[in-house]
Design a protein around this ligand. Structure first.
Ligand code: UT7
Length: 323
């Protein structure tokens, strides 16, 4: 028997306020056609004043608990991927723990920017496989609207806010690719590229700062690194492109999503796409896409899923799982 970290529940939360591309035309030299054609984004959600990452994460976690038919006290751990924690510390994960009324177990944040959710899944998988936890709530949640420079048209039109959560539970499989649960993970980072995407604030500046990105430089790395990490993870899982039911990619740019799928020899009819409605929600984008894809009836029990993401660091990685 082989221990597996298997999906027991999924949920998401999007803040109420929806901002269409056209709204940026009022304050910036930009237009809907540019944003759509360069990124695939049509609209995004922005958190309300006072609405924080931990609040959105807690909403998503409650939805995943309800989907699984479980209570907060049934969890052993919360792993929250975010780059926009409410405060420098404590972790947003401990705040989620308090919001949920969970008094046992442990909670911590994972910071790998847009790759955060694949890092968090990998950490949660390791906790389950090592016997340190049986049920882990893995969340991606971000309020990137709080770190935008609203005068920088090359970044502020691209990002959005939201949260998604997956509840993982230890189950026993046969050790084959037919098992449900996480089948493989693959993580990478290369700090030489840290200046391509960063926030110019933090404890060293005494400010929370704004996001800075050389978008076209990040783009140059994206497709190749994403296809490569996905390929490594698939090889490790013992599956091929033909076996894959869905790619659920990080939703930064439709052109990156299409380029990566093409390099993986997988048609766009097997890709879950939400970038048009959510924009780039960093670590929240994959769990949001998993939850929306499940809700649309695209993802079904037994489906083989490849997730892949890249972002600031650069940090990137992929996870292969059977739903
Ligand atoms: O999630 C974390 C990882 N991040 C990503 O994966 C993002 C990766 N990068 C991208 O998605 C794309 O590079 C962008 C969508 C950010 C930009 O698309 P691009 O095709 O790489 O455009 P570009 O940056 O090369 O800019 C092309 C032109 C420039 O004008 P010039 O220099 O050619 O005259 C920009 O000044 O578009 C201009 N531009 C805009 N024009 C209208 C930049 N932003 C805007 C804008 N509206 N909002």
């Amino acid at each position: 028997m082989t221990l597996r970290a298997t999906v027991k529940g999924v949920g998401h939360y999007l803040p109420e306020r929806i901002v269409e591309n056209a709204e940026f035309e009022k304050t910036l030299e930009t237009n809907d056609a540019w944003i759509r054609s360069r990124s695939g984004i049509e609209r995004r959600h922005f958190a309300a004043e006072g609405e924080t990452t931990s609040m959105m994460a807690a909403h998503a976690a409650r939805a995943a608990l309800a989907d699984a038919g479980l209570e907060a006290d049934d969890l052993d751990a919360i792993v929250l991927a975010t780059s926009t924690a409410d405060l420098t510390f404590p972790s947003a994960a401990t705040m989620v723990q308090a919001h949920l009324g969970m008094t046992g177990g442990f909670a911590f944040d994972v910071q790998a920017v847009c790759a955060g959710f694949v890092y968090a899944l990998s950490n949660a998988n390791a906790l389950i496989l090592s016997g340190q936890a049986r049920r882990v709530m893995v969340i991606g949640a971000e309020t990137f609207s709080k770190i935008m420079d609203w005068t920088d048209r090359s970044t502020c039109v691209l990002f959005g806010d939201g949260a998604g959560a997956l509840l993982l539970e230890a189950t026993e499989g046969n050790g084959t690719p037919e098992d449900r649960g996480i089948l493989s993970t693959d993580l990478h980072s290369d700090g030489r590229h840290r200046d391509l995407l960063y926030v110019d604030g933090g404890v060293s500046t005494g400010t929370s700062g704004h996001l800075r990105m050389q978008g076209n430089q990040v783009f140059r790395h994206a497709v190749e690194k994403l296809a490569s990490t996905a390929s490594t993870a698939m090889e490790r899982a013992g599956v091929s492109a033909d076996d894959v039911d869905w790619i659920v990619p990080h939703q930064a740019n439709i052109r990156i999503i299409q380029g990566t799928a093409k390099k993986m020899n997988i048609g766009m009819e097997r890709v879950v796409v939400t970038v048009q409605d959510h924009g780039n929600t960093s670590a929240a984008s994959i769990p949001l896409a998993l939850s929306v894809g499940y809700g649309r009836g695209q993802i079904k029990p037994g489906d083989l899923i490849v997730t892949e993401a890249i972002g600031g660091g650069l940090a990137w990685g992929a996870v292969v799982l059977r739903w």
